[in-house]
Design a protein around this ligand. Structure first.
Ligand SMILES: [Mn+2]
Length: 271
């Protein structure tokens, strides 16, 4: 099968260096897709993890090499650091091995829309105001992902499909749901302030495309639980890609359409 061609691809929250990355799916995605622009929207290398215990299986080298090869062979690769790789923010504007580091970027689509691309942690009140709470939250989240890994190992053994326990929890726990709603609204407000047509971010590990007021809110999701990316077609429309279940680009979000990927899986029910 020839690689799927997109004009642009956004991926975020890989957390390379932790055990949580779904490395095989990510490798498969990188090999089977091509684009003119590739945005790495933060929390790519988990450099916070590097201070504790760095987990680096061989496949991670192949993932990094694949991205470097893309950068060498004509894809414009941009790395926008997040809060787990914030150390790289000091390299704003620099280029390493054809990879451009920017703390934020404005992407112009084929049909002339302008989107601000940022990781999004600056809209997270917990990360900004209560680092201690963020740290407890991230420990709990890691625990949920560990349970996720064990449960799914069991499910795979029994022939069941993948089911994200942590995503299910996030959709059930009211605090998390409210928190994500607030995050999305703050992101949208930034879009209004920055006079762009929309924002593209990551950080909350929940892919989506939604119009909030006049602004298009889009989130590229993550590769620790949902294996999602945001992509732009050659005509300029944006859509979500879920790997490997739905390799095709879903249709652009217009009006009130909300691409809630999780509803198509065995995760949260619509209510
Ligand atoms: Mn983040």
């Amino acid at each position: 099968m020839p690689p799927l061609q997109f004009r642009s691809i956004w991926i975020s929250d890989l957390h390379l260096g932790t055990r949580n990355l779904q490395s095989e799916q990510l490798m498969d995605f990188l090999q089977k897709t091509e684009s003119k622009y590739l945005y790495l929207v933060g929390d790519i290398l988990d450099l916070l993890q590097a201070r504790k215990r760095w987990y680096w299986p061989r496949i991670n080298d192949r993932i990094v090499q694949t991205v470097l090869d893309k950068a060498k062979n004509g894809t414009k690769v941009m790395y926008i650091p997040g809060n787990h790789d914030h150390i790289l923010r000091r390299f704003d504007g620099m280029v390493f091995n054809n990879i451009h580091i920017f703390n934020k970027a404005v992407h112009e689509t084929a049909d002339g829309h302008r989107y601000l691309v940022i990781h999004g942690d600056k809209f997270d009140p917990v990360v900004q105001n209560s680092p201690w709470l963020a740290s407890i939250g991230s420990t709990l989240y890691d625990l949920a992902l560990t349970i996720n890994r064990i449960v799914n190992k069991g499910r795979r053994g029994l022939g069941y499909e993948y089911c994200s326990v942590s995503a299910w929890l996030k959709h059930r726990v009211k605090v998390a749901v409210n928190y994500m709603g607030r995050f999305e609204e703050m992101v949208a407000q930034e879009g209004v302030n920055s006079k762009v047509d929309g924002l593209i971010c990551g950080h909350i590990h929940r892919a989506g495309i939604r119009e909030i007021g006049q602004v298009l809110y889009s989130n590229s999701g993550d590769w620790v639980e949902s294996c999602t990316a945001l992509a732009e077609n050659h005509n300029g429309s944006l859509g979500l890609v879920q790997w490997p279940e739905q390799p095709a680009l879903t249709h652009p979000a217009t009006g009130t359409v909300y691409e809630d990927l999780y509803r198509d899986r065995c995760l949260a029910s619509p209510n």
